[in-house]
Design a protein around this ligand. Structure first.
Ligand code: SF4
Length: 218
């Protein structure tokens, strides 16, 4: 069942008040996530940077603009996508998040995934890949691939920030992003089939309770 706006806002409120790891001491504000509760695609980055820390939204700087144009080039609208990070508060001087910080914050991301039930989860960079697909392999091998895990579809991608400084990576990211559209179409079709299957199962159950002869109808 799709989450309600109230449920997602309640979660965002808990993130903003969280003091569970030392990053709360240096943040301007926490950055819970941004996007519609109906999003079928979730994008997960590493951590807020300076711009995100100031504005309270994920991917609003140069990397964010590149992400928007990459999504557009693949026929995806950023306004349809829920975007968040592994850790919700900016690490000082944009250093990598510490393992204890990731551990302290991870339950928020788990809750976001449980609430939104996205069809496809884009893993932007190695930190997102390591957190959500531990042991699956490195980003250089898995980028652009579709990885199914725990009944979900994940697509590891290079982080847009890395592509800002490496033109070759940008071309790779563009090519990988173009594959996402097809993955999303497949995932939506699979979801529709599951929904149809559930309806048929329910009809069988109702028919069975109404009398054995009805079973032949399905
Ligand atoms: S990074 Fe996560 S766990 Fe740490 S204070 Fe921010 S919201 Fe809480």
């Amino acid at each position: 069942m799709v989450a309600t706006t109230e449920e997602v806002l309640e979660l965002h409120g808990r993130v903003r008040e969280c003091t569970a790891c030392p990053l709360h001491l240096t943040r301007t504000q926490a950055v819970p996530g941004y996007g519609p509760v109906t999003a079928r695609v979730m994008a997960v980055g590493e951590a807020p940077g300076e711009n995100e820390d100031r504005e309270g939204k994920p991917f609003v700087g140069a990397a964010g603009r590149l992400l928007t144009s990459l999504l557009e080039s693949a026929g995806l609208d950023r306004r349809d996508i829920y975007i968040t990070n592994i850790v919700k508060c900016r690490p000082p001087r944009n250093r990598d998040p510490e393992p204890l910080e990731v551990e302290a914050c991870s339950h928020f991301l788990d809750e976001q995934i449980d609430l939104l039930q996205p069809d496809v989860i884009l893993l932007l960079g190695r930190h997102a890949l390591t957190r959500l697909l531990p042991g699956a392999g490195g980003i250089s091998r898995l980028h652009g691939e579709r990885v199914r895990h725990n009944d979900r579809v994940f697509v590891p991608l290079y982080h847009p920030a890395a592509a800002l400084y490496n033109g070759g990576l940008k071309e790779t990211l563009e090519a990988d992003m173009r594959r996402v559209r097809g993955y999303l179409a497949d995932a939506e079709a699979a979801r529709a089939r599951r929904a149809g299957g559930a309806s048929a199962s329910e009809l069988r159950r109702v028919a069975a309770s109404a009398g054995g002869d009805q079973m032949d109808l399905f």
